[in-house]
Design a protein around this ligand. Sequence first.
Ligand SMILES: [Zn+2]
Length: 397
Amino acid sequence: MQIKNINYLAEDFTVKQGSLTVGDGKITSIAAADGAIGNRLLIPGLRNMHSHVPMTLLRGYGEGLPLDRWLNERVFPFEAKLTDDDVYWGSLVGIAEMLASGVTEFADMYDHCGAIVDAVKLAGIRGRISRAFLDFSGESLKGSMREAEELELIAVKHPLITAEAAIHAEYTSNEKYVREAAEFAKEHKLAVQVHLSETAKEHAECKERHGGRTPARYFADCGFFDVPAFAAHCVHCSEDDLHILKDFGVTAVHNPTSNLKLKSGRFDTRKAYDLGVKLALGTDGAASNNNLNLFEEMHLAALLGGFTPEEVLGFALNGKIAVGERADLVLVDYDKAHLQPNHNYLANLVFSAQASDILWTMTDGKIVSENGKPVNFDIAEALVKSAKAALRIAKEI
Ligand SMILES: [Zn+2]
């Protein structure tokens, strides 16, 4: 496939002109342009590094509650009723939304992972999928149902799927369990995901439970950061915590919309960035956002942290446009009232563009979403089936 006479975002964040050839899932050549260049910009795909994709089913459900009450009174009872089928349709809706906002890879922590894997394979997005490990009963991870489900996930061999391991959070597990999860991740060579210091309550209660240790210190002590780790939220991380994240190479995943909506507080991303902590962006689930639009997260992250467009794109982009790189690409239409005149491509991309300006999203060399709609499945059917599932469960509770 050829993408002819196009503006593209080069590795050094300059905008260049050329014609790209894509083959075998990769960018195979970039030649000089030989015709008129339109008002379009090709960028690498985006990565959504913290999500719970089936939670589209809970969009708008349990509004206005603080995190602990929202989880215990609304989310957990709803989730207890979910079937594989519900998760499958809810995931397809979430994936459609992510692809439409240029996301070519997402990291997910949830349950019913087989159904999420099926949705990922059908849709053609990349998924870093983890079965959330959590335990309230003091059972061992070894031999548990959750471990068995994670092992099933690890057994999936598919180019778009990467299995990861996840501890839901400090307050939904215990030390022995976290240490077992850390061993498990090491044994199976998995990256890990975790919710970290999302609320002031969580941060303070962890210190009470664990001899003054913050969640970052505690997880580091448990060996959970000995593998590549992605810590979501980090809102209440202290300066010492940020040093821990930096020293262990943990990526802090910033979820600005979710943090604001749940009134969790603000993660001082500027301080984290200046200290050298790796940053990425996430939407979190649609129940606390309430959409999966990474363009909004880029915009908010730039405003809240005072980041330049280049900096914030550095958190969001998934790869680069260069020969030999994988062809995960997004074409943005700049022929829009809110994107003209165009003095600065990147400022317009971060501060003015909307997800609806995306003409298509390509993953692994194939266009998987076009004009806001997924190519590989019928979004109308997924919307009907997911709405039916959501209403059924809401009625049952
Ligand atoms: Zn989350």
